[in-house]
Design a protein. Structure first.
Length: 688
């Protein structure tokens, strides 16, 4: 560990650090525009100049200078101050004076650093350079005259996102950042907006709508996929204006997917804001809460024991599923399921449905087998994490299932269960790679588990994990990648068929045959609603989507930004989401609706507040006491019997941009589908 002196203070730092990193670790701020700790070093903005001895008598770029024994670094000498003043003056030579209309205003690194390190006036009276605006798709707005050529966007798109859609062309005064008038073909493209230190790249849907200081900022978690990305929801009044990422090293680092960031405009459209009841003419008409509850209670009481069923959707919070489970127990029904896609998951063994290696554990793996999954469309940040690990070297990945561009090198092994069977038997060459790896992992997608032979595939995947040494010591490389934010939480609290109860497929068949009289859909839209025609359907949710169209009674609930709730991500991490705005009209929080309905049924649930509900939940399931931590799950015997079919595996998410009622109601996501659908297969949209 080399010793060096920073501003007269002797410090000891790790070898291999740069001077900028050493200064940051010791509380000395160095201004920068191009440097970013997650991107490669470019060294082209020159804002981080410091004075270094021994060395030539001129300032040095601290971001690209490694520390050395005996080095003396000075960050506040007259030479450094003059150098930073000069760099800032050059950066502002061609920068337009349009801060009052710039969306970056109030959050702009250039504004902050010009105040702290620049001159108080300008000496420049030549004409400023102007650059034509570039087209980068429906999400990223460009005002390229503001660009200072830090190349953060170029490095992010090529290094993290893994596509080469943004580059710098020409030289000197003619240099320009461009995507060659193409839409950026990445599910992570919105992150360049956060990375841009000036107002050159901003959010196209958010353009000219609000100022950062007008917004109420709420820290929460995302429910658009099962990753549980940490987000900040910015709202003005009762309207969600934008969603931004929050730093969480073990989950999403500091990135979020485009669906997480831009689908929030769907919260304003096609909302359910009052209870509805289908009349004798077959039309839905607005009613009071009391009338809706009376109609439901009458149907449930007349249905009889065992004739009522409940299905939970993909974005439900744990409290609402727990309340609904208690309600179902009160009416004597064990027909309930949180797996609306029919995934063959074994709820009795927790390790069978978790991402056991954890998301951060991907960084330690040295071999990976992907089965029936496309991480790029199902969880783009897990795809980015796999790419990050691949870039470090010593990592081999094999794919069984859909053949797509995952942005990192993979070995295509086969399309279906035949290949998985060969790996299980040890006759496939990739089986030997897994055995020789120190920390091998397997990622099993919903595309493999939602098939009729899903239970047999699950058993085969478990046997592959055991045969190749994935489960040994403190390492468990068996991973299930979910696509639904509510799935793991529902499985953890046992929102699955009880003794003699029906699962999703049996509930739908029972509703069609008349064996199930009442079906309660808690935000469940991704199922075959044509089978529900003969049953009395109650839909509780926030959008007029498939479930609402099939319903006889609609109860307006709250979206994820409009309620406090607990969610469990694909790795089993309990996280808390918080309310950023209130639900529209007469809509209410989901647990409160179920509590009110239980009273109408004459069997009131034993809690009146969400805190009381959580106390009861945590008494029954102590795992929910620990927020944002992971306990290793015990391994066991899981998976069903039977033979695997020969059909090839397909991805469970064919269209990344529309997977739920919120994203289907989003105009921004509709534009992405029109222009960018198919990017996960390597194609990109073009302007025009």
């Amino acid at each position: 560990m080399p010793k060096l002196t920073i501003n007269g203070k002797e410090v000891e730092v790790d070898a291999g650090l740069t001077v900028l990193q050493a200064c940051e670790q010791n509380g000395v701020e160095i201004p920068r525009f191009c440097y970013h700790e997650r991107l490669s070093i470019a060294g082209n903005c020159r804002m981080c100049l410091v004075e270094v001895k021994p060395g030539p008598p001129k300032p040095a770029a601290s971001c690209a200078l490694p520390v050395a024994e005996g080095m003396e670094v000075m960050t506040d000498t007259p030479m450094v101050k003059k150098a930073r003043n000069g760099v800032m003056e050059f950066l502002l030579i061609n920068h337009p004076l349009d801060c009052p209309i710039c969306d970056q205003g109030g959050e702009c690194d250039l504004q902050d650093q010009a105040m702290a390190y620049g001159y108080d006036g300008s000496r420049y009276d030549e004409n400023k350079r102007a650059v034509k605006e570039k087209y980068m798709g429906p999400l990223v707005k460009t005002i390229m005259t503001r660009c200072i050529h830090c190349t953060r966007c170029v490095r992010f798109i090529s290094e993290v996102a893994g596509v080469d859609d943004i580059g710098l062309i020409n030289r000197g005064e003619n240099a320009e950042i461009t995507s060659l008038e193409k839409a950026i073909g990445s599910e992570l493209s919105g992150n360049v907006i956060d990375l841009c230190p000036v107002g050159a790249l901003t959010s196209k849907p958010y353009a000219f709508t609000a100022r950062s200081w007008e917004l109420t900022k709420t820290e929460s978690v995302d429910v658009m996929d099962a990753l549980g990305s940490n987000i900040r929801i910015d709202a003005r009044g009762n309207e969600v204006m934008r969603v931004l990422p929050r730093l969480h090293e073990d989950v999403n680092e500091e990135w979020i997917s485009d669906k997480t960031r831009f689908a929030c405009d769907g919260l304003r459209r096609q909302r359910l804001d009052k209870p509805y009841l289908r009349n004798k003419d077959g039309k839905l008409e607005a009613v009071t809460w009391g009338e809706a509850f009376t109609a439901i209670a009458g149907q449930i009481k007349s249905a009889g024991v065992g004739k009522v069923a409940a299905i939970a959707g993909d974005q439900c919070d744990v409290e609402s599923m727990y309340a609904l489970k208690q309600l179902m127990a009160g009416v004597g029904s064990a027909n309930m399921d949180c797996r609306q896609d029919g995934a063959a998951i074994d709820p009795s063994v927790r390790a069978s449905y978790l991402f056991n290696s954890t998301i951060a554990g991907i960084d330690e793996a040295d071999a990976c087998l992907l089965v029936g999954t496309n991480p790029r469309s199902e969880a783009p940040l897990i795809g980015a994490r796999l790419r990050k690990r691949w870039l470090q070297g010593g990592f081999s990945a094999g794919v069984v299932g859909p053949q797509t561009d995952l942005t990192f090198d993979t070995e295509y092994l086969g399309a279906g269960p035949d290949t998985l069977e060969q790996i299980r038997a040890g006759t496939h060459p990739f089986a030997e790679k897994l055995k020789q790896a120190e920390r091998p992992m397997l990622i099993l997608g919903m595309g493999a588990l939602t098939r009729p032979d899903g239970a047999a595939v699950l058993r085969a995947a478990r046997q592959v994990a055991e045969a190749t040494g994935m489960v040994s010591g403190d390492w468990n490389g068996f991973n299930v990648l979910h696509t639904a934010a509510a799935r793991v939480g529902g499985l953890d609290i046992g929102f699955v068929p009880g003794e003699g109860g029906k699962d999703t497929a049996a509930i739908l068949d029972g509703a069609e045959s008349g064996d199930v009289k009442v079906v309660y859909l808690l935000g469940a839209d991704e199922l075959d609603t044509t089978k529900l025609k003969n049953a009395f359907v109650v839909y509780q949710g926030h959008h007029g989507d498939a479930g609402a169209h099939a319903a006889d009674v609609i109860l307006p609930g709250a979206a994820y930004t409009e309620k406090n709730g607990l969610y469990v991500n694909t790795e089993g991490r309990v996280q808390a989401g918080y309310r950023a705005s209130f639900p529209p009209g007469d809509a209410r929080e989901d647990w409160a609706i179920i509590r009110a309905l239980s009273e109408a049924l004459g069997n009131a649930l034993p809690f009146d507040t969400q805190d009381a509900l959580r106390e009861k939940l945590r008494a029954d399931f102590p795992d929910f006491l620990a927020i944002d931590s992971i306990e290793a799950a015990e391994w066991g015997d899981f998976g069903g019997s039977g033979d695997m079919q020969a059909d090839p595996f397909v991805s469970a998410v064919p269209n990344f941009y529309m997977t739920d009622p919120i994203s289907r109601a989003s105009e921004t996501m509709a534009k992405c589908v029109n222009e960018l659908s198919g990017t996960a297969d390597g194609a990109t949209g073009t302007h025009g």
